[in-house]
Write a new protein. Structure first.
Length: 539
């Protein structure tokens, strides 16, 4: 095992320091494995220097913002470090976004440049810009296309510049990196209105990266990371920065593909990877049998869709070390992971032990103002030195999200354990108050999915006869004739009466939204659907 190294002494906590430590310690070691190409820390530093020089040539200086709309590639991370060196902030644009979302992010961020690749596989990025209103982007000056000589002369009514890369040997200006300078503007996962932009300065990113590396084993001998999640999301970027802080190789995937991921995990004896439950579901479906990834040390997952618990149990039965995680744009991804020392049933729950030793997690009553002891569910609140600095140009939202003592109101429901770890249960808007009790809808959904004829289920609360009741949307098995009365009767014998759904509606699929981190069920739309159906009944 490589000995852990101290990082506190003399650190100013800027992003360039993540590279400087590795250049001093192991300049020729592999920082990235990209197909057949190995890129050393020294080579990556030269790329970052060239990118910083290029940004300076474009007039980008401290306080500016640069938007990047690309799939995972080494140049993506080089632009992040280059922006940090000139004191600018990177604005990641989700590769799954459509024109309205791209317009919102570019307008809200005030980005001066947009760097993008014209197309990737079936995604026509340049074509999508036809749906963006140029007049909505008064601060955008130019569009930079990476690697396409046949690009149109203008996009968004701005001149386009085509580059094949960043010129080697270019001299960057003196570093303007600063701990409190904004480094990244992450988007929140807003689904009913435009997402807010979350400001993280260089200090929070750098500090969190070192703490993730130490807590998750990403500085140990032989460790490496399969970067399967998009860098444009907090999940994928946090994992990559943790690997850079720990000094271990990053195996780059331009976009997740289960077959390719399985091959890379085996070929490179990958020890770490992090992703959504859907990512691991696809991966496990392709590699039957026990111990398919013998080098695996810590695979972490976030649950975005139904059935995640059973998936994780199956993973451990097959000796795939799948741990529950917790994170967000505001507190950063990989904020906590469930320890391997816990029983499997606790190890696979969302939440865990914070990677920062000085992070504090507390639970507050949802309908009152008191704090709750271990074992009782309420809203999760977090104070940590790696918390976000605020929402861009939105002081009211920032004030609403933070207590006066610095704790962030996560909007998530969970509970503390006696051992100091915590459990994420649901989003606050998804939790249901039934019969005077706060209920996680997953409790009811698990029972419904155990009924013959039901393939999947989602439960929300709706007002019925003057009180909140559970209602369910279910996807029946093909050919199933299970009725609403059957489901209600069968579930009545398996759960408390106040949890039994008052209505059960069959649907073909659930409404979802695509984020950089995975596919999420849109419970707000389900609640609206329930209200509309109950309204029809009353009429």
């Amino acid at each position: 095992m490589r000995p852990a190294y101290a990082v506190a002494a003399g650190m100013s906590w800027t992003l360039p320091e993540l590279l400087e430590r590795n250049i001093a310690r192991q300049p020729d070691a592999a920082a990235f494995i990209d197909g057949e190409r190995h890129v050393s820390y020294a080579e990556f530093d030269r790329l970052c220097t060239a990118a910083a020089a290029w940004l300076a040539e474009q007039g980008i200086t401290a306080g500016d913002r640069v938007a990047v709309w690309m799939v995972n590639r080494i140049e993506w991370l080089a632009l992040l470090f280059a922006a940090a060196r000139v004191g600018a902030a990177l604005v990641p644009v989700n590769t799954r976004y459509g024109p309205s979302e791209v317009e919102h992010i570019l307008a809200r961020s005030g980005a001066r440049l947009l760097l993008m690749e014209p197309r990737f596989r079936t995604i026509d990025f340049a074509g999508l810009l036809a749906g963006v209103a140029p007049a909505a982007l008064p601060r955008l000056e130019r569009v930079i296309l990476l690697g396409d000589a046949g690009a149109p002369p203008t996009l968004l009514d701005r001149p386009t510049i085509v580059i094949q890369g960043f010129a080697a040997g270019a001299v960057a200006p003196a570093s303007a990196a600063a701990p409190h300078a904004p480094a990244v503007l992450f988007t929140t996962s807003g689904t009913t209105k435009g997402p807010k932009l979350v400001i993280h300065p260089q200090r929070t990113l750098a500090l969190h990266s070192y703490r993730c590396a130490a807590a998750l084993g990403l500085q140990e001998s032989g460790a490496n990371l399969l970067a399967a999640m998009p860098f444009c999301g907090v999940f994928g970027l946090t994992a990559a920065l943790a690997a850079l802080a720990g000094g271990v190789p990053i195996i780059v995937m331009d976009a997740f593909d289960a077959g390719k991921a399985a091959a890379l995990l085996r070929r490179h004896a990958a020890t770490h990877t992090f992703g959504s439950d859907e990512m691991f579901r696809r991966l496990m479906a392709l590699v039957p049998g026990p111990n398919p990834f013998p080098a695996a040390r810590a695979f972490g997952f976030a649950a975005f869709s139904p059935g995640a618990a059973e998936l994780a149990r199956e993973a451990w039965r097959r000796r795939i070390p799948l741990h529950g995680l917790y994170g967000s744009s505001e507190v950063l991804a990989l904020f906590a992971m469930q320890p391997a020392s816990l029983p499997v049933e606790e190890r696979i729950e969302g939440g865990g032990k914070p990677v920062s030793h000085d992070a504090v997690v507390r639970i507050r009553e949802v309908d009152a103002d008191g704090l709750l002891p271990a074992g009782q569910s309420g809203e999760i609140e977090i104070r940590a030195p790696t918390n976000f600095a605020g929402y861009l140009d939105d002081a009211p939202a920032t004030a609403a999200a933070l207590h006066a003592d610095g704790f962030f109101r996560t909007g998530d429901i969970g509970r503390l354990r006696e051992d100091g770890t915590f459990v994420f249960e649901s989003r606050r808007g998804d939790a249901i108050r039934l019969g005077g009790f706060l209920v996680n809808p997953a409790e009811i959904e698990d029972v419904l999915k155990g009924i013959d004829g039901i393939a999947d289920a989602q439960v929300v609360a709706a007002e019925l006869d003057g009180r909140a009741r559970a209602v369910a949307f279910v996807i029946p098995d093909p050919g199933s004739s299970v009725s609403e009365a059957d489901v209600i009767a069968l579930s009545g014998g398996r759960m408390a009466s106040f949890k039994v759904p008052a209505r059960v509606w069959p649907v073909d699929c659930f409404p979802t939204t695509q984020s950089a981190n995975g596919t999420k069920i849109q419970r707000a739309i389900l609640r609206a659907m329930a209200a509309e159906r109950l309204g029809r009944e009353r009429r």
